[in-house]
Design a protein around this ligand. Structure first.
Ligand code: SF4
Ligand code: SF4
Length: 103
C-alpha cells in the first residue's frame, strides 16, 4: 500500500513506541506459541512476535526524546506505512475507509 493512501496526523499517544514486532521464521506449533507467550510481555500475532518493550527514547509514555534529531530512526519518521494500526492511532488508510463505507 502506498503512503499516499494514508491520512490523518499523529495524536502522540505513544502506543507505537511501546513495543517491537518481529517476523517469525516460521509457523509455531500451539505448544511453541504457549511457550513464547509464557514470557512476560511477549505475544504471537499471526506471523509476528510482539515484544512489549518500550523504546528507551520514550519519555512520559508519549514524548520522543529524539524527535527532530538525526538519531531518530527513519522508520519512526515514516511510520505508519501499512494499515495495521494500533488501537487509538489517529491515522487512517484509504482502503480501511472504503471497507468501512461498504459494510
Ligand atoms: S525513537 Fe522516538 S518515535 Fe521512535 S520508537 Fe523511540 S520514542 Fe518512538
Ligand atoms: S500509535 Fe499512531 S497516533 Fe499514536 S503515537 Fe503512534 S503513530 Fe502517533
Amino acid at each position: 500500500m502506498s503512503q499516499s493512501s494514508r491520512s490523518g496526523e499523529c495524536n502522540q499517544c505513544g502506543e507505537c513506541c511501546t513495543y517491537i514486532k518481529l517476523p517469525l521464521a516460521g509457523e509455531l506449533t500451539p505448544d511453541q506459541k504457549r511457550w513464547v507467550e509464557l514470557h512476560q510481555g511477549v505475544k504471537v500475532e499471526g506471523k509476528y512476535v510482539r515484544l512489549g518493550i518500550p523504546c528507551s527514547a520514550l519519555i512520559n509514555g508519549s514524548y520522543c526524546a529524539l524527535y527532530g534529531q538525526r538519531g531518530r530512526p527513519q522508520f519512526c519518521r515514516d511510520y505508519p506505512q501499512i494499515p495495521q494500526l494500533d488501537e487509538g492511532c489517529s491515522y487512517k488508510f484509504e482502503a480501511e475507509e472504503v471497507i468501512a463505507v461498504r459494510r
